[in-house]
Design a binder for this molecule. Sequence first.
Ligand code: ARG
Length: 284
Amino acid sequence: MSIDSATPVRAVEGAVPVRTATKRTVLMCKPQFFTVVYRINPWMDPALPTDTSLAVTQWQTLYDTYVGLGFDVQLIDPIDGLPDMVYAANGGFVIDNQAYGAKFTHVQRQPEGPAYMDWFGANGFDVRVPVETNEGEGDFLLVGDVILAGTGFRSDSNSHAELSAIAGRPVITLRLVNPSFYHLDTAVAVLDDTNIAYLPSAFDAPSLAILQERYPDAVIVTEEDAAILGLNSYSDGYNVVIAARAKDFERQLRVRGYNPIGVDLSELLLGGGGVKCCTLELRR
Ligand code: ARG
């Protein structure tokens, strides 16, 4: 694995843009109690076996990758009986030191909301207890100064206005239509402050029109890459940590001057999550 942290690369050919990495602070949760015992998305099948120690090993590779990129990686203690807690992205949305808490759709995950809010409070964030149902960075993605917000399967669209008032930023509602891409971070990847990658078929027509208009240079991923949650990735502006199997996405990123870094989280895919799901950005 070659990691080129925070060093802006000079484009060799004029056509390849120069990308700049910025150091990130993220929150992660070790999948010590990971398993699939309920089904709240089409990826999950409680009849299939899971291997918790393999999940931990794979997750550790993601953790080590972030550390290698110079990130400040914080950890929240996993809780026995909350197998989806590894998907830290869903724990809230953090901006300007304010932590807007999550209020989960499905009863199985509801105790995670207070658990993450306790962590935010104990770590000096100003906790904003949510009124509306929302699943944090699973459905809220900051792109520059706007927040793209998903709805349709998990986060209630009322949470979009709630977050907009707290964050003081425009929130753009996008409606997801394919149950396999039930969170926005399974259908959109933020590459930097001005560009994204996405899967067009995951959105209804008005939402797709918004994306096409706002991001004419977006990376359009293949159905094949999306089908292994290839879009569920995390970028520091230059290094983009992606699913190792998302080969065409990797190619497209390289062409555009990003540095894709493949990580295999096949075990966590059994719960319907990937790289981004395991990553919650903390913005002080
Ligand atoms: N099993 C979890 C759920 O269905 C997976 C969450 C994935 N997280 C994400 N940010 N997409 O809620």
